[in-house]
Structure formats: C-alpha cells, structure tokens
Design a binder for this molecule. Structure first.
Ligand code: GDP
Ligand code: IMO
Ligand code: MG
Length: 427
C-alpha cells in the first residue's frame, strides 16, 4: 500500500507538476492536500503544454483518479474554468473527486487578500492575490465556508452572514470599501453547487479504502518547504503546510501509511514574492538563469527571482520533511556555465553557519558561502541515463546529493515527460 508524498524542497516552482505527471502513469490516485490556485504547475506532454492551478497534475493521466483533499482551498469559478479548459482540449476530467470538507475561497476572501496587501504597502508579502491567506484565516477562525455547505442554503446563508459581520466592518471602516451583501454572495455560491455536485464526496474514506486495497496514492504538494506557514521564512510564506505532515492532515491519511517522501529540487534556486533569499543574484548570471530557465510565474506572470543552488536549504528540507529521495530538476538550464557556485553554508555576523538559522533576523543577514564546481558545455537534454551526462554534470549532481542529505533518484533534463533520467524507481 505505498503512499508517496511529492513536495517542493525550496520556494515553489521546482517542477512538481512535471514530476507528478511523470509518476501519474504508475499511481492510482494523485491528491492535492493544501494550497489552492496560488499554485501554477506546468506540464508538458508531447507538443502540448498545460498550466494547472487547482487540479492535481494526475488529471492528464486517464488511468489516474485526481483528488482535491480536505486541506485545499477551492475557488469554484477557477476550478470550473480549469475543468472546461481541459475538456475543450479533449482531457476527460470526470474522475475528479473533491472533499466535502475542503474550504471555499469566496469572492470576499479575494477582496480581503488584495486590500490587505495594498494596506501593507512596503511590508506586503507579494501574495498571488487569490484569496488564499484570508480563506485559511476564516478556516482557523471557524467562520469558513466548506464545499458541503453549498448543499444547505440555510446553513450557507448563516455562515456567510457570520463571516461578513466582521469583514464588512473592516472593509467599510478601515479599508474604505463598500460592504459586501450576504444575499449576493450566497446567490453566487449556489450557482456552483450543482456544477460541483458530481465530484463531491468523502475523499478521506475513498483514499483510506484505496490504500487498504493496495492501491498507490501520490500526494502532490503545492508551493514549497520554505513557503510553509510553520517551517518557511515566516511571514513571507503561504498560509498552509506544503511540508510532508500537511499531506496527512490535508488528506486524512495517517503518517504510518506514507512510505516515501520525494523532494523536488531545482538545480538552482528561485523565489516569487517578497522575503529573504540568500543566494539571490542581481547580475547577468541571475538574468541568464531567468531567461534560460523560463523563470516567469504561471499564475501571476511575475518574473521569478533567481540564484545559485543553496545546500543549506536542501538539508533543511530533508530534515523537516523526512525526505527519502530528491528529484533534481532543470539541470539542463545550467549547461554552458564554466563554473557553477553552490552555497554550502552561510556567514552570519562573521560566523560560519551550516544549518538554517531558526532566527528570522539571522536569516535576513545570512550571506552565502560558495564552493565553485566546474561546469559543462555539452547539450544534456537527450541524456537517458546518469552515465550519459558529462563527467562534470555527474560530479555536480553527486556534490548536491552529498550536501543535501538524501539520494537524488531522478534528474530532469528538459520540461517534457521523457526528458528525465531515472536512477532509482519511486514505486
Ligand atoms: P511547479 O510549480 O513546481 O509545478 O513548477 P512550475 O511548473 O511552476 O515551474 C517549473 C517550470 O520548469 C515549468 O515551466 C516546467 O515545464 C519546467 N521544467 C520542469 N522540469 C524541467 C527540467 O528538468 N528542465 C527544464 N528545462 N524545464 C523543466
Ligand atoms: P507552486 O505550487 C511560488 C508565494 C507568493 C507569495 C507567498 C504567499 O506553483 O510552486 P499566497 O498567495 O500563497 O498567500 O502568497 O507565496 N507563492 C508561490 N511561489 N510557487 C507557488 O506555487 C506559490 N504559491 C504561493 O508569491 O510570496
Ligand atoms: Mg509553479
């Protein structure tokens, strides 16, 4: 009954969508367990490119059942347009399952996300503006709307009233905006009820029964370890738990069921939005990584901040997730550099520090200590096995593995499904 977790080991956009899609052919279920349409996962199948936000990347594999777990926040209008977009391209989405316990991103949550960011001014987080934080805040404040509430109009109305009571005070008195009418929100949400009904079920029961029957379940994280609300660079984080424990709470599956935790790790580092980033580059190398790596957000279209590989972060990801494997992506992007710096430790106020500092102030002052590894110039995009890689590329991978604390079991050498070197099998 193997259950695998696949998650981002850095600040998101590591290539989780591609890795999930690749494994999709060998698994029975792919489950999103947290986050929402703040995620942007690009999957390339043959000459077709898909940008997925809310749907699990297993949706592109016909044999696989995609599941939106209880820990996800769902914007119904985004979900329905993503489904119809895929249907128009001939993708069958009828197997999708959505947890009745998942929370709904309401229009007022999106409004609050945007006005809060504007209000923060210089101190803003740089959120995706999709209502993620305010929806999780409502969940924790116990004034959230769940998917199952769409099927009881009276309960829905009471809950929207409770949620808007305080928010309308804030919107009108603090943010200088108009109040939001309860009826209007309820009316809009009820339109989605019938459309979502065929997919809504007790996904927790379904997944546990599947595991008992020996089926293979893959949990697909959104965002990444350093964006985790508990383990990331707080407050510059998202509002959920992308780390491995989040798969258990966000899908209702016990930790004893998880057999493998795979960290998706980019061969260099990127970040979108505000917050500390020790290896960030502001020179032509950073510009080149952005250009060659196509580092532009799929969700908001923002340029991603780029920097060299940071082994301190990779070690941290191994620790907080209990990683069993890494899937190293985008090694091909590094082709052509004569020398490739890798951050092996930080210098903080004159001290050498090997592990991620728990203090936010220390992390903000951390300066990367680099070791430089020799690069390679040969095209590696058609490499099929580790030995096909040039010697220096092999040495780069081995060095990263040594520094990061878990075996690198697959290597991405291009965006396509086939552009992958499999070293150890995952299932
Ligand atoms: P995710 O959010 O973790 O799924 O990652 P994104 O899809 O936001 O960003 C990763 C980008 O890199 C996408 O455009 C992928 O198609 C692309 N990609 C994934 N793996 C590789 C790889 O090994 N090499 C190259 N060149 N591109 C890759
Ligand atoms: P995938 O799944 C990269 C970042 C935002 C912002 C912070 C909080 O594609 O890897 P939020 O809207 O979640 O409240 O924003 O988190 N962020 C991401 N960065 N990849 C993502 O998802 C992200 N999802 C959120 O840029 O800094
Ligand atoms: Mg992404």
């Amino acid at each position: 009954m193997p259950a695998l977790v696949l998650l981002g080991a850095q600040w998101g956009d590591e290539g989780k969508g591609k890795a999930t899609d690749l494994l999709g052919g060998s698994v029975d279920y792919v489950v999103r367990y947290q986050g929402g349409n703040n995620a942007g996962h690009t999957v390339v199948v043959g000459d077709q490119k898909y940008a997925l936000h809310l749907l699990p990347s297993g949706i592109l594999t016909p044999e696989c059942t995609p599941v939106i777990g209880n820990g996800v926040v769902v914007d119904p209008s985004v979900l329905l347009s993503e489904l119809s977009g895929l249907n128009e391209r001939g993708v069958d989405t009828s197997k999708l399952l959505i947890s009745g316990n998942a929370h709904i991103i309401t229009p007022y949550n999106v409004t609050v996300d945007k006005v809060t960011e504007r209000f923060l001014g210089k101190r803003k987080i740089g959120t995706t503006g999709r209502g993620i934080g305010p929806t999780y805040a409502d969940k924790i404040n116990r004034v959230g709307i769940r998917v199952q509430d769409l099927y009881d109009e009276s309960i829905l109305t009471q809950k929207v009233e409770a949620a808007l009571d305080v928010k309308n005070q804030l919107l009108t008195k603090l943010y200088n905006r108009r109040a939001i009418a309860v009826d209007q929100v309820v009316e809009e949400l009820l339109v989605y009820a019938d459309k979502l009904a065929p997919y809504v079920t007790d996904t927790i029961l379904v997944l546990n029964q599947a595991l008992d029957d020996g089926k293979v379940v893959l949990f697909e994280g959104g965002q990444g370890t350093l964006l985790d609300i508990d383990h990331g660079t707080y407050p510059f984080v998202t509002s959920s738990n992308p780390t491995a424990g989040g798969a258990c709470t966000g899908a209702g599956v016990g930790p004893t069921k998880i057999s493998r935790v795979i960290g998706i790790l980019k061969a260099y580092t990127t970040r979108v939005g505000a917050g500390p980033f020790p290896t960030e580059l502001f020179d032509e190398d950073g510009e080149a990584l952005r250009r060659i790596g196509g580092e532009r957000g799929v969700t908001t279209g923002r340029d991603r901040r780029c920097g060299w590989f940071d082994a301190v972060i990779a070690r941290y990801a191994t620790r907080v997730n209990g990683l069993t494997d890494f899937f190293l992506t985008k090694l091909d992007v590094l082709t052509g550099w004569e020398q490739i710096p890798v951050c092996v430790a930080y210098e903080i106020d004159g001290r050498r520090v090997e592990e991620l500092p728990y203090s936010q102030s220390d992390f903000h002052h951390a300066k990367p200590v680099y070791e430089t590894l020799p690069g390679w110039s040969e095209d590696i995009t058609s490499a099929k096995s580790f030995s096909d890689l040039p010697k220096n590329a092999q040495a780069y991978v081995k060095a990263l593995e040594e520094m990061s604390g878990a075996p690198i079991s697959a290597i991405g050498v291009g965006p396509g499904r086939d552009e992958t070197i499999e070293i150890n099998s995952f299932i």
